[in-house]
Design a protein around this ligand. Structure first.
Ligand SMILES: [Zn+2]
Length: 138
């Protein structure tokens, strides 16, 4: 199932703009982490710098640096950015945890923890689940 998903995901990504934050690979993810760190240390921040810091922050979890959306009064939960290589694991966990959850359930669950998982990707994931497909044909 993961291979099927990855293949479909790569097809989808090839049609998208490469700088979209919905589809970042590990190297783009790491670049962003470095960029955020550099920007934080800058003395004279410009408009672009503030824009970066408004959208990205870094959190250390178990010695790993994770890219998150900065928290504010409205958005008090920690929301993680997901990179493409870990997308399948994230979707699969939620899908099975909620007993083959549908699009809406997955979307609302994922929104509480992650900030860059699109409905389009959830649909793509669901199209790879054989058990859900069979369910829908009955
Ligand atoms: Zn399923």
């Amino acid at each position: 199932m993961k291979a099927d998903f990855t293949e479909k995901l790569n097809k989808l990504v090839s049609r998208k703009k490469s700088n979209s934050f919905y589809f970042m690979n590990t190297s783009r993810y790491q670049d962003l982490i470095n960029e955020v760190k550099e920007t934080k240390n800058k003395w004279n921040k410009n408009f672009e710098d503030y824009k970066i810091l408004a959208n990205y922050d870094i959190l250390n979890i178990c010695d790993r640096e994770r890219l998150i959306k900065p928290r504010d009064e409205v958005n008090t939960n920690i929301k993680f950015y997901v990179y493409m290589e870990e997308l399948f694991g994230v979707l699969h966990t939620i899908h099975l945890l909620f007993k083959h959850a549908n699009l809406d359930v997955m979307d609302s669950e994922l929104k509480t923890k992650y900030c860059n998982v699109s409905k389009e990707v959830i649909k793509l994931y669901l199209s790879c689940c054989k058990i859900c497909k069979e369910k829908n044909f009955k």
